[in-house]
Design a protein around this ligand. Structure first.
Ligand SMILES: Nc1nc2c(ncn2[C@@H]2O[C@H](COP(=O)(O)OP(=O)(O)OP(=O)(O)O)[C@@H](O)[C@H]2O)c(=O)[nH]1
Ligand SMILES: [Mg+2]
Length: 375
């Protein structure tokens, strides 16, 4: 991992620590920080009711903001839900998972079990809402291999797919005078980085879809405005072959521009996410996606222009009538027909651009799924 820096730039990720009273949530927090930021101790519950944000700290180029919490007890799950709901209501996030990208659920490794109320009232509902839970086996330094194995098995059975990390948060003085080193920090932070990436990639996909729509809308409007101007109110401007060529050129130019803008913005956003990941996983190299080759709808669309207009050229249909009024009506009808045909072509171009973006995102998602991170 890259060294910590003082800079506060880079994305922020919120992490909520949950678990029963006395499992070692606050001790874990102090270990992650490398100094005492929360009180921990034995006996009566230490951390007070609610969730308690700490100052963010740097890991690679991301900022991690950890929230300590009041210990969970049977019968408190409704109070818990309302504590979390009201904390989320103060943010712009719609759901818990949009705010807390990682939930660290602490289980005491010495106990080898999770209570039913934890599974049914807390963990399952969170998982069902799409939250990313990382299980931490606290006090693994004193639990022994067999207990760690058994607790891991219990968690894997109830929550398949969620990572389980043995953790020793404290330095323990052994009888011989030696001390044990705390462990598990890097592994947990790596998982927090992976979860932030998942979240950013989801956001990236949503943004790219929005941007494809926005850029298509912009190109659409510019072509339509130009065409309206070209046709003129009395429809006396260019028609027939000349109009076809003009429209083809306009669509090509505007959608090409939209494609390129979408390409460069999308690539820039993607690179930013990759840079974040390589600041934590030094062996990770984010690849460039070949957006340029894949997003070129404009040329294909403009080739359709010709057939549409030459087949239904109203100029030939209405040619030959005498009188100014007839000419006027003829031109008006012609202009209307041309505008309608243009609109059809533009809709096809919009769809094409959006579909190309969708195809590309599908590839990005597949690549993302097949990635494995070294933690
Ligand atoms: N050996 C060992 N002891 C730990 C570890 N983590 C916590 N403890 C001890 O467990 C006790 C409870 O730790 P806390 O961090 O206060 O637990 P908590 O979950 O924050 O408890 P509440 O705030 O009361 O909900 C303290 O005496 C800690 O010293 C650990 O990883 N190893
Ligand atoms: Mg505490």
């Amino acid at each position: 991992m890259a060294a910590n820096t003082d800079s506060t730039s880079g994305p922020l990720t919120n992490v909520l620590i949950l678990g029963k009273t006395g499992v070692g949530k606050s001790a874990l927090l102090n270990y992650l920080f490398g100094k005492k930021v929360a009180s921990s101790g034995t006996g009566a519950p230490v951390t007070t009711k609610g969730i308690h944000p700490k100052e963010p700290f740097k890991y690679g180029s991301m900022n991690i903001k950890i929230w300590d919490s009041w210990g969970l007890e049977p019968g408190d799950s409704e109070t818990w839900k309302s504590i979390i709901t009201s904390a989320i209501a103060e943010t712009r996030a719609a759901r818990v998972r949009d705010w807390f990208h990682t939930i660290v659920y602490c289980v005491d490794a010495q106990k080898s079990r999770i209570d039913d109320f934890e599974i049914q009232s807390i963990i399952k509902p969170l998982l069902e809402d799409g939250n990313q839970i990382v299980f931490v086996l606290t006090k693994s330094d004193v639990a022994g291999e067999a207990k760690i194995k058994e607790t891991t098995r219990v968690i894997n059975k109830d929550c398949p797919g969620s990572p389980v990390i043995p953790m020793g948060s404290e330095e323990i003085k052994l009888r011989g005078g030696k001390t044990t080193k705390p462990f598990g920090r890097e592994q947990l932070l790596s998982h927090i980085a992976i979860n932030l990436r998942h979240n950013l990639m989801n956001q990236f996909c949503r943004n790219t879809q929005e941007q494809a729509k926005r850029f298509a809308g912009h190109a659409h409007k510019r072509v339509l405005d130009a065409v309206k101007k070209e046709l003129g109110t009395l429809g006396t401007a260019t028609y027939g072959k000349k109009f076809e060529a003009y429209l083809g050129e306009m669509i090509s130019r505007e959608y090409q521009l939209a494609t390129e803008s979408l390409f460069s913005l999308t690539n820039r956003n993607y690179q930013e996410i990759n840079q974040l990941s390589s600041s934590v996983f030094s062996e990770f190299r984010g690849e460039v996606i070949a957006f340029e080759k894949e997003l070129l709808p404009a040329v294909a669309v403009s080739s359709k222009v010709k057939s549409l207009f030459s087949r239904k050229d109203l100029l030939a249909l209405l040619a030959g009538g005498p009188g100014f009024l007839f000419l006027f009506v003829k031109n008006l009808l012609r202009a209307k027909h041309y505008a309608q045909e243009t609109e059809k072509l533009l809709k096809a171009a919009d769809e094409r651009l959006k579909n190309e973006a969708e195809t590309l995102l599908k590839k990005v998602r597949e690549r993302e799924k097949s990635r494995s991170w070294k933690v």
